[in-house]
Design a binder for this molecule. Structure first.
Ligand code: HEC
Ligand code: HEC
Length: 172
């Protein structure tokens, strides 16, 4: 019993006071599907499936011929394989605390974009729109990896944010 209690305390302490990487866990599981990484990482960063609920992936991957103004369509088998990978690893299934927060913040809806997920919007509310659009090295809120230096590895902690050209960004 004593041992169990001690373990509980350690776990509680670790989860409250250390960033995710110090616990050895990622914020979101990194992309580990070659087809997805190649096809969905050619125009932009290959977004981790855990950034959206599976209902959003169904919408997005179901309409690749009209993808935010681009045609991103793929063969039927590739589309099916990518849909399977994205939905099986979506926010509500990924199992990390950050993924669960994304899943619960959409409360059953299927946002068309990651940048419309309430949790993601809330996390960036202190940034002016200019931080994205007027910064030539960022250009768009959708460009996660411009500021999140380890986004591709699945780390989004604010401690690892570097806004290009803004050396004074500090976390409190
Ligand atoms: C031909 C280029 C192209 C390809 C290939 C492509 N995308 Fe995109 N994608 C875009 C553009 C353009 C946007 C809009 C970016 C913006 O608004 O800054 C976008 C946006 C997105 C967004 C929304 C990002 C946000 O703002 O929250 C998601 C999610 C996404 N793409 C997923 C995918 C997936 C999954 C695949 C692979 C099946 C894929 N994309 C392949 C061009 C592409
Ligand atoms: C212009 C730079 C920039 C871009 C682009 C950006 N972020 Fe962020 N992000 C930040 C900053 C700065 C913070 C910390 C904000 C704060 O603490 O007030 C943050 C915080 C976060 C957090 C919460 C981190 C924490 O420790 O609680 C997540 C999750 C996140 N961003 C995900 C994303 C995703 C996903 C994208 C792309 C769709 C994205 N961000 C695009 C700058 C950016």
């Amino acid at each position: 019993m004593k041992r169990i209690l001690a373990l509980c305390c350690v776990a509680l302490f670790a989860s409250q006071s250390m960033p995710a990487q110090a616990r050895g866990g990622v914020d979101l599981p990194p992309v580990n599907n070659d087809l997805y990484g190649k096809e969905c990482g050619s125009c932009h960063f290959a977004y981790q499936p855990a950034l959206l609920p599976s209902a959003s992936w169904q919408k997005i991957i179901g309409s690749l011929n009209n993808h935010f103004g681009d045609n991103a369509s793929l063969s039927a088998p590739d589309t099916a394989a990518i849909l399977k990978y994205a939905t099986e690893n979506a926010a509500e299934k990924a199992g990390t605390p950050r993924a669960s927060k994304i899943a619960s913040s959409v409360s059953g809806a299927a946002p068309a974009r990651i940048t419309e997920v309430p949790y993601i919007v809330r996390k960036h509310r202190e940034l002016s729109p200019g931080a994205f659009k007027n910064n030539k090295d960022v250009k768009s809120f959708s460009n996660c990896k411009a500021c999140h230096t380890r986004a591709a590895e699945g780390f989004y902690d604010e401690g690892e944010v570097k806004i290009p050209g803004n050396k004074n960004w500090e976390n409190d």
